[in-house]
Design a protein around this ligand. Structure first.
Ligand code: MN
Length: 390
């Protein structure tokens, strides 16, 4: 048995609130269906006090997927918590996720409150949330830049008030794996079995996934993440990356999630079709080139034995066959193999001819050729041969 890590998806909340990622209620519902199919443990559907649309989204997701664990975000104040509770009335497993900033910089410039005031408001909000639902999560916003002893004190206080999950976000993406791991370790030790420690990392320094992994090793058992890593500024921890690291490197990380990884690619594609941008082509796991072996030497080795150049079977994350790109650096071996897979068994001479035609086109194509384009070329080749024979 390995330890279970819970996947808290915030694509529809933190992800949705970033530029170019706004979603309508029907779009959120389509995405929520995919996230449920993917097997996320907790689905954060919105911040109900923020807008009418967010309220409606949480309500609609709760109504459509009554057995999903749906979370609604709320600041630590009565109005927010009650609005969140109302949005969750249809959920059978509702979670109120309430947060307040705890770092000196946020207390001084943003909240203009003392640590004692913040602690009191956090406890009051958790107590109020518990009057509405059993499952309450507390987040110490800017936790990574908070004094560890205050963080420990507020964490213990909110757990005593009834929070089951304590989230320590690296809100501004400033922390490093060693530092963040040490902080999470301190909180996890002080809470023991009384609550689950959660992490929520941002990617401002490109460390969101590395910090989340360091936190898991230090005792965190919930990771907040998003599809394609979307989210505020540089985004959140990428769901597909953290899940596939735990799966691929289970020798180093003895933890498992409930994610059905075969749905990762389609979840990424669906999100890209709804928002205004997709992942960059070289994005790990779901990028267009993530499984493209273009250099002839790589393709030759790969075709002799996949594991020479491939550490993840693309089928295990649901990449359809036709998405593997062939480009101008592809060798004859790879082209021959692909033609066979597409139903064209070429003779040696035919392959030589066709290779010529293929590289002539591929030379001008920076993005390489997809299967349907290769098939079109094969048909052209066939017509040319027939014309020559006539
Ligand atoms: Mn965030």
């Amino acid at each position: 048995m390995t330890d279970r890590v819970y996947i808290f998806d915030t694509t529809l909340r933190d992800g949705e609130q970033s530029p170019g990622c706004s979603m309508t209620v029907p779009e959120k519902l389509r995405m929520a269906r995919k996230l449920v199919e993917l097997g996320v443990d907790i689905l954060e559907a919105g911040f109900p006090i923020a807008s009418e649309g967010d309220f409606e989204a949480v309500e609609a997701v709760s109504r459509e997927f009554p057995w999903a664990q749906v979370a609604a975000l709320a600041r630590c104040c009565t109005l927010d918590v009650e609005r969140a509770a109302r949005s969750l009335v249809h959920a059978r497993r509702p979670r109120i996720h309430t947060f307040i900033a705890t770092s000196p910089i946020h207390l001084k410039y943003k909240l203009k409150k003392s640590q004692e005031q913040v602690l009191e408001e956090a406890v009051a909000a958790v107590e109020l949330a518990r009057r509405h639902v059993d499952d309450v999560e507390f987040s110490a916003e800017d936790g990574a830049r908070t004094e560890p002893d205050f963080l420990e004190r507020i964490s213990k206080a909110v757990v005593a008030a009834g929070a089951r999950t304590v989230n320590i976000p690296d809100t501004v993406g400033y922390s490093t794996p060693k530092e963040y791991g040490a902080l999470i370790g301190q909180i996890a030790r002080s809470l023991g079995d009384c609550a689950i420690v959660s992490v929520h990392c941002h990617d401002d320094l490109g460390l969101a996934v590395a910090n989340s992994l360091a936190a898991i090793e230090a005792g965190a058992r919930q990771v907040e993440c998003t599809i394609n890593g979307i989210g505020e500024r540089a985004g959140n921890c990428s769901l597909e990356e953290v899940v596939m690291i735990l799966k691929t490197r289970s020798d180093s990380y003895p933890y498992h999630t409930g994610i059905l990884t075969e749905h990762l690619f389609s979840a990424s594609e669906l999100l890209s079709s709804i928002i205004t941008f997709g992942p960059q082509p070289n994005k790990a796991i779901v990028g267009r080139n993530a499984f493209a072996h273009e250099a002839g030497i790589h393709q030759d080795g790969y075709l002799k034995e996949k594991t020479t150049y491939e550490i993840i079977d693309p089928h295990s994350v649901g990449v359809p066959e036709g998405r593997l790109v062939l480009g101008k650096h592809s060798g004859r071996h790879a082209l021959h193999q692909r033609c066979k897979e597409l139903g064209f068994d070429l003779t040696r001479e035919e392959l030589d001819e066709f290779y010529h035609r293929f590289t002539a086109v591929a030379d001008h194509r920076k993005k390489g050729l997809m299967d349907e384009e290769i098939v079109a070329l094969l048909h052209q080749e066939k017509r040319a041969l027939e014309a020559a024979a006539d």
